[in-house]
Design a protein around this ligand. Structure first.
Ligand SMILES: [Zn+2]
Length: 409
């Protein structure tokens, strides 16, 4: 239940305390290690309340006490007591499903990747086969988990349209999925019942870059994911822009070239057909079966081809439409764009400057992901961790302990 709904029902002391506990945990999660003095000023609560909340997080096994935090001092030069994430505390499983591979990680609070594994996925495979492959990776990453550490939930990133209300994958074109309940498939393959959250890869990339990547402190940020398909995740005013159904940000299907190539969506000349994986592959004469590994192929280039420079210009032109529509402070270039931009940055910048309106252009910066190729993976971890920040007591109530023996035996 959201704090807003709880507030609507009328507040009581227990609800307020749990809300404060979650808020404190969100601060500690963001910083990894902070002082009580810092928390006192961030949360606007008095020192004894902060000490009480810190003690409760400790007794829940989520955080631990430290004697001093470098630089953070209160009155008379006395070092402030610190709070940091407990090393064997709650964790989540994050899954980044791509069109050719799945990456799975066990992630703790503070965004710490504790264990990771990956395996190829066949894009023509049935969803249950992909689910079985993901479940096998999950078994691998929980093998080393301490028996007492609770599994809070599973977060999954998919390259497709995900219905917000129930996590149904409405369409993942490059996996050829229509209306797939992938979260349910993974849980069934594991034989577990834990909360599962699932969302679009670009949306999760935006979230992770905002929380702990290139866009920390940037409240108007767009993460553009240039993969086989192209999409964007939008953070507006510090909040994820999801749209009515959860499908906002499909910038790959902005009409770009009316005389262009057919797109899988049924239109002609979508931006994705000009700058997506297949277009980039064509520009560097990379065989179509290598499209899924395009980032590695691009990394081998030092001088861009003429066609690749034209692709850079097309990237810039499309970004201009995004800048004109949303007026972001920062655009983070993820997916293949992360390796494309260092090659054809001048063309991207010129294309953007050429088409963007001067006023919104003034305030935008293009950036590479602070989290490298892990943005979507860490975003998946964030949505799985989120219940802990709403109500840590309730989230731990539905968490599973001794997962290793249940899954690995
Ligand atoms: Zn399209």
């Amino acid at each position: 239940m959201s704090p807003q709904r709880r507030a609507g029902l009328g507040t009581n002391q227990e609800a307020v305390r749990r809300h404060n506990l979650g808020t404190m945990l969100r601060h500690v999660h963001g910083a990894g290690h902070t002082s009580r003095a810092e928390l006192t000023s961030l949360m606007g609560l008095n020192r004894s309340t902060i000490a009480g909340l810190a003690g409760e997080l400790e007794s829940l096994g989520i955080s631990e006490h430290t004697t001093a935090v470098g630089g953070a001092r209160q009155g008379a030069g006395r070092p402030s007591a610190g709070v940091r994430i407990a090393p064997d505390g709650p964790y989540v499983i994050a899954v980044d499903l791509g069109v050719d591979r799945a990456v799975v990680a066990r992630v703790g609070l503070g965004g710490r990747v504790l264990e990771r594994a990956q395996a190829p996925v066949h894009s023509d495979g049935e969803a249950w086969q992909v689910g079985a492959a993901v479940a096998a990776l999950i078994r691998r990453v929980v093998e080393g988990a301490p028996a007492t550490a609770p599994l809070v939930g599973i977060g999954i990133s998919v390259p497709g349209l995900v219905r917000r209300s129930d996590g149904l994958v409405r369409l993942a074109p490059n996996l050829e999925w229509h209306d797939v309940s992938f979260g349910g498939i993974v849980l069934a393959a594991l034989g577990l019942d834990v909360p599962v959250s699932i969302a679009n890869d670009a949306d999760l990339g935006a979230l992770a870059e905002h929380v702990r990547g290139a866009g920390v402190g940037v409240d108007d940020l767009i993460y553009v994911s240039g993969n086989v398909g192209v999409g964007a995740g939008v953070i507006a005013g510090g909040v994820r822009l999801e749209g009515a159904g959860g499908y906002a940000g499909e910038v790959g299907h902005l009409r770009f070239n009316p005389q262009g190539r057919p797109c899988h969506c049924g239109n002609l000349g979508c931006w994705e057909t000009e700058v997506g994986g297949h277009a980039i592959a064509e520009a560097i004469h990379c065989p179509p079966d290598k499209v899924a590994q395009l980032d590695e192929v691009l990394e081998g280039f030092t001088v861009p081809t003429r066609e690749l420079r034209a692709t850079g210009t097309a990237v810039g032109h499309g970004l201009a439409s995004i800048v004109n529509t949303f007026n972001p402070r920062m655009i983070v270039l993820g997916g293949y764009f992360r390796v494309l931009y260092p090659l054809v940055g001048a063309e991207v910048d010129a294309g953007l400057a050429d088409r963007a309106l001067p006023a919104p252009l003034e305030s935008v910066t293009l950036a590479l992901p602070g989290l490298g190729s892990d943005s979507a993976l860490l975003g998946a971890a964030e949505i799985a961790l989120d219940p802990l920040f709403v109500d840590p007591v309730a989230a731990l109530g539905t968490a599973l302990v001794d997962v290793r023996s249940r899954l690995v035996g």
